[in-house]
Design a protein around this ligand. Structure first.
Ligand SMILES: Nc1ncnc2c1ncn2[C@@H]1O[C@H](COP(=O)(O)OP(=O)(O)OP(=O)(O)O)[C@@H](O)[C@H]1O
Ligand SMILES: [Mg+2]
Length: 335
């Protein structure tokens, strides 16, 4: 496992500082508390891995960073300060322009970002024209071709004329990565970019992302179910549960000394998963229902260490050293 020893500590001023971020939605069952007060920094030039079970709020966090929120969102509270600009205060027009310049997204399913009616060339040229309105068509096409080559598409000239459905899943994912990189964003958000791919193609895309991280100077948020992948690619780690951040810190530090019982359980699942060749051991119990208000530690109902205090109040994040923070009442006792 690559422990990223050279990238042990994040620089002082983060690119993005998220404070007490809350996201609520109106549903037929009542208000869903999707994010319940997230505090998180995204370091400059660093790759932050976000892990957690399905429903923990990873994609919702990503949608706040791009401010691409579903229609039923009823409240967004707290602060997302991006290089000093409060994203939650920008107008829709300012935010749309921000998305084309400062932040870009790679989705799990490339078809969400690709229009089936347009060729690959049209997609790439369109991104460039929005980013650099003065660019000539000739230059844009040349840069589009170069971008395809840089994501490992050898027959770039041919692929420029292709429509998305004429490409394989892995190829579509490469095109989407090329589109995101043409924006030259300060922040690239990748939401499970390899989950829909088969294992061989997944490995190729991971290799590509590893190669790109050496060229790309911006920060990356990499959302994944796969802790092993995060350990390989990322500098920092954020573990989410029930719309909260339960543990954060440099990835090598958190994986070597996980402090939150949920992180420990996730790591055990991953190890067991390897040992049983794909049969996933899961953590007993169900994830927090977002409609339930938070009056206690969100993980307490599933935590083997839970005691009365864990059910009586909501824990706050504590510093446990080396940029490592965990949100648990019993950090001292369960070392
Ligand atoms: N627009 C919405 N309205 C109501 N509930 C929502 C909405 N969006 C998300 N949720 C709920 O919020 C929780 C977090 O969802 P989210 O998609 O962010 O999780 P996730 O960690 O990305 O999961 P996955 O790993 O399955 O992608 C889930 O319980 C989900 O059902
Ligand atoms: Mg998701």
């Amino acid at each position: 496992m690559d422990t990223n020893v050279n990238r042990a500590a994040a620089p002082a001023t983060p690119l993005v500082a998220i404070r007490n971020l809350q996201l609520e939605a109106s549903t037929a069952r009542g208000t869903a508390h999707i994010l319940r007060g997230i505090d998180l920094d995204i370091g400059r030039g660093r790759i932050l891995g976000v892990v957690g079970e399905s429903g923990s709020g990873k994609s919702s966090l990503a949608s706040c960073l791009l401010r691409l929120l579903p229609a039923n969102i009823s409240r967004v509270g707290g602060s997302v300060a991006f290089d000093g600009t409060e994203l939650l205060q920008l107008s829709d027009a300012e935010m749309a322009s921000w998305r084309g310049r400062r932040v870009a997204m790679i989705f799990q399913d490339p078809m969400t970002a690709l229009n089936p009616l347009f060729t690959v060339a049209t997609h790439l040229v369109d991104v460039l024209r929005r980013r650099y309105p003065e660019i000539s068509r000739q230059d844009a096409l040349q840069r589009a071709r170069d971008a395809l080559v840089s994501v490992g598409i050898a027959d770039a000239q041919l692929r420029l004329a292709a429509y998305p459905h004429q490409l394989s899943g892995g190829m579509r994912q490469r095109v989407m990565i090329a589109m995101a990189l043409l924006v030259e964003p300060d922040l690239l958000v990748a939401d499970e970019p390899t989950t829909a791919l088969d294992a061989t193609v997944e490995a190729q895309i991971v290799d590509l992302l590893e190669a790109l991280r050496r060229k790309f100077s911006g920060s990356i948020v990499f959302i994944s179910h796969h802790l092993g992948l995060v350990a390989q690619l990322c500098d920092d780690l954020c573990v989410m549960y029930g719309g909260t951040v339960v543990e954060t810190g440099p990835v090598a530090e958190v994986l070597a000394r996980p402090r939150h019982p949920y992180t420990r359980a996730l790591l055990e699942c991953e190890l067991e998963d390897d040992a049983h060749e794909g049969r996933l051991k899961s953590i007993p119990g169900e994830v927090q229902d977002p409609v339930k208000p938070m009056t206690a530690c969100v993980f307490a109902p599933r935590c083997e260490h839970a005691q009365a205090q864990c059910l009586a109040g909501v824990p706050q994040p504590s510093d446990v050293g080396a940029g490592h923070r965990a949100t648990c009442f019993r950090l001292e006792e369960i070392r």
